[in-house]
Design a protein around this ligand. Structure first.
Ligand code: UDP
Ligand code: MG
Length: 320
């Protein structure tokens, strides 16, 4: 019998976990799919500050298909998912959120497509009405820039809710960058992709932990992780301003030769200095982003550290 692993990152979800488990039961009892499967549910507790860890441990003690993994602190959803990819043993892996925003009813359809031979069956949101107008606009612009600067085409409405064949999981395991944007990595690894539409639900209980600040960091990690296009843009801007400066220089030179050089032009000097200073800082900032990432990667820190698996402590079994 084929085995399917569910990876569920959990961060402060004490109010959702029991509801989530109840919602998963018909699926893991093989009532929703045509073929029966062996199920494995990995609840990855990403350093929750509430009672999530207690609840996952309690659920696991009642149901042996569940595994509860406690990371040693909050490493972020991207890293929690990386832990899931490393530990999952299924022939396919399904990633879903713990807040019931991803409907369990869509999963049988994903499995059906997987059985038809697709490797990466991703959930595509029917609408983004649960998101604010600003978030939707920014996401659209971001993915347009990404598509233009790389050959990677990430769909705005596709996210982490997806089924991955084992071959995709093995590929993802080999990508150990610490500044991760997994949504882009799914596309980077390739394989046969197929969409499945679903209705994005409102969060069951609690609040989203992704502020605009966190999303901005994720967006930067995505861009700098797959392309050096911003560096090229900095060079091009530099080239254009130098060309402009050269033309202006000639103009001043000729003007001085023809009409002499009365001391004037304070505004011109100020504007030039400020403009060039701004451009230089911008270029330095872009270079700095990349250097910062080089620094983070050279440390070769593990993506996450596991405290316990099913209540047993993992002695120095951290993953690089
Ligand atoms: N999550 C996590 N670590 C974090 C933040 C979030 O594991 O640092 C989990 C969270 O418990 C949920 C999923 O990631 O299962 C999505 O988080 P959230 O609902 O806050 O984000 P959104 O739905 O707004 O994308
Ligand atoms: Mg959510």
């Amino acid at each position: 019998m084929k085995k399917i692993s569910l990876i569920i990152p959990v961060f402060n979800e004490e109010e959702n976990l029991r509801t989530l488990y109840d919602a998963l039961l018909p699926l893991i009892n093989n009532e929703l799919t045509k073929n029966p499967y062996n199920w494995e549910v990995l609840l990855i507790n990403d350093g929750s500050l509430d009672r999530s860890a207690e609840i996952t441990a309690e659920l696991r003690s009642k149901d042996s298909r569940l595994m509860d993994i406690n990371l040693s602190r909050n490493f972020g959803k991207e890293n929690a998912m990386a832990a899931g990819f490393d530990l999952a043993t299924g022939d396919a892996v399904i990633i879903m959120d713990a807040d019931l925003q991803h409907p369990v009813e869509t999963i049988p359809e994903m499995i059906h497509e997987w059985e038809q031979g697709w490797h990466d069956v991703y959930g595509l949101r029917n609408d983004r009405e649960t998101d604010s107008w600003l978030k939707r606009r920014l996401a659209k612009i971001y993915y347009r820039i990404l598509r233009r600067s790389t050959r990677i085409d990430v769909l705005v409405d596709a996210g982490d809710f997806r089924l991955l064949d084992r071959r995709c999981v093995i590929a993802l395991r080999s990508l150990r960058e610490t500044q991760r944007n997994t949504k882009i990595l799914y596309n980077w690894i390739g394989f046969k992709k197929k969409e499945v539409r679903f209705d994005y639900r409102k969060r069951n209980e609690g609040e989203t932990s992704f502020s605009y600040g966190k999303l901005f960091k994720l967006a930067l990690d995505g861009i700098t992780g797959v392309t050096t296009a911003p560096l090229r843009v900095a060079s091009i801007i530099g080239l254009l301003t130098s060309a402009g400066a050269l033309i202006y220089l000639m103009y001043i030179l000729i003007k001085t030769i023809l009409y002499g050089d009365p001391v004037q032009g304070f505004p011109t000097i100020m504007i030039t200095i400020l403009f060039l200073g701004g451009i230089q800082l911008l270029a330095l900032g872009i270079i700095g982003e990349y250097i910062g990432r080089i620094f983070m990667e050279t440390k070769k820190h593990p993506l996450y550290i596991i405290d316990t698996i099913n209540g047993e402590s993992e002695k120095n079994k951290s993953q690089s």
